[in-house]
Design a protein around this ligand. Sequence first.
Ligand SMILES: [Zn+2]
Length: 201
Amino acid sequence: MDWQAIIGAIEDRVFPHYECDIRERGLYYYLLRQSRLRGSDSVTVPLSQISMGLQCSEYLARKAIRSLAKKGCIELEQTRHGHRVRPLLPQELKLPDSRKEAAPVDIESVDFFKDRAYLAPLLERERQQCFYCLRHIGEEEAELDHVVSQLNGGGNGYRNIVAACHNCNSKKQGGRQRTTSISSSGGGTSARRNSMTGCVH
Ligand SMILES: [Zn+2]
């Protein structure tokens, strides 16, 4: 067995997926050491031994073992001699496909307007200032604005959505809309902002 890969998968995928706390992690490794690492499928251990191995009370040892069994990381059977445990290896568990988890996000296709989900990064981009008047704005008062209105074909991508104060947003909605796309105005954020402020105010 490739233990280097197995331990890596336990740390990177099993523990985070099953939200194992520090005691459950210790118990899992302890049981692994007593069984799979010794070449046997399962091990029968009395609770007192587990509690000694984990340096905790039998109450906490029992709690951890039941929790791991409930989560499905180990198979558990009560016998007269103690708990018969079979720790499951990453390849024996139903884990989400790590390739899917790591799939890169295409930022061009992200909707920056919907549900204000990306308000924080947008505000960070604008240095917590209204895109138009540069007034400091917090997350609660910030409004999202389409630089090019949707009627004029503006989309919900990060190039067209900005954070603005209520004043500027309502003034803009009042009719004085500018139809220059941010991406076509060139330069950095301040250059874009300067090119637009004259029109909005
Ligand atoms: Zn403003």
